[in-house]
Design a protein around this ligand. Structure first.
Ligand code: NAD
Length: 258
């Protein structure tokens, strides 16, 4: 089998959380372009439905929208059950939903801390273990988690200790699951994007004025585009990455190199 055939997702089924927009929308589009049927999973159902219709139209694949708050165990279980029923199986998933709360540590409330940890880390535990349980008993699968370069460095000048801690947790959770499941054909990897131009950054009145400062600190000198992350995710979801598990793919224009 040639390399392009190995990277094809034809016949595979998967879902992406936080896929109504931004990075998740881009990876879901790429999965469908590579031949997979995909579920767009998001708390924002209205946008998820529009995104699903757009991707289905563009790719001709089966693309469904599912409403799910990824911090709710019952909703994640029901999402996985519905994906299996509606798409006919589950070969890969991308646990990508996340939020960023910017507050100085001494002013951050415990509620803000818990919200950031819950959406960014607890949800990855729920998504990975519930999807993983299905994959372990159905021949295997591939799980991709969205971490961040904030797992590796402390961003400046904006304070975001809970976000940074949550993303570092995502990488160590990824590695732990990869080790536990390596011999059972379920692979778990993460991506660590640098600053990417999405609503999370571009629509935040607090973050928008910082973009020039970030670009000045960045070797590549610009924000990444969400579509610049997609090919690596297709690779990780595909059989071409069969020896890759427990890895973290830093895609940050060399931001974390010094
Ligand atoms: P975004 O805000 O554009 O999209 C996030 C999506 O997640 C939204 O559609 C939102 O509705 C959904 N979501 C939020 N909470 C949810 C919940 N509880 N349940 C289900 N869905 C929920 O953000 P983005 O920039 O596309 O970020 C996606 C991921 O990438 C996040 O995990 C983020 O931390 C990470 N990341 C982003 C950047 C960046 O610079 N944009 C950099 C590194 C990592």
């Amino acid at each position: 089998m040639g390399i392009l055939e190995k990277m094809s997702l034809a016949g595979k089924k998967g879902f992406v959380t936080g896929a109504a927009r931004g990075i998740g929308k881009c990876t879901a589009t790429a999965f469908a372009e590579a031949g997979a049927d995909v579920a767009i999973v998001d708390i924002d159902f209205e946008t998820a439905e529009k995104t699903a219709a757009e991707i289905a139209e563009k790719t001709g694949r089966k693309v469904i929208a599912l409403k799910c708050d990824v911090t709710d165990e019952a909703q994640v279980q029901s999402t996985v059950d519905t994906v299996v029923k509606e798409l006919g199986g589950l070969n890969f998933c991308h646990a990508n939903a996340g939020v960023c709360i910017n507050a100085a540590a001494e002013e951050m409330t415990y509620a803000q801390w818990k919200k950031n940890l819950s959406v960014n880390l607890d949800s990855v535990f729920l998504t990975d273990t519930i999807a993983g349980k299905y994959m372990l008993s159905h021949g295997g699968g591939s799980i991709i988690n969205t971490a961040s370069m904030s797992a590796h460095i402390v961003n400046v000048p904006q304070p975001q200790c809970a976000y940074n801690a949550s993303k570092a947790g995502v990488i160590q959770l990824t590695k732990s699951l990869a080790v536990e499941w390596a011999k059972r054909n379920v692979r778990v990897n993460s991506i660590s994007p640098g600053y990417i131009g999405t609503d999370l950054t571009l629509s935040s009145e607090f973050l928008k004025p910082l973009i020039e400062k970030w670009n000045a600190l960045s070797p590549i000198g610009r924000l990444g585009k969400p579509e610049e992350l997609a090919a690596a995710c297709v690779y990780l979801a595909s059989d071409a990455s069969s020896f890759t598990t427990g890895a973290d793919f830093c895609m940050d224009g060399a931001f974390t190199c010094f």
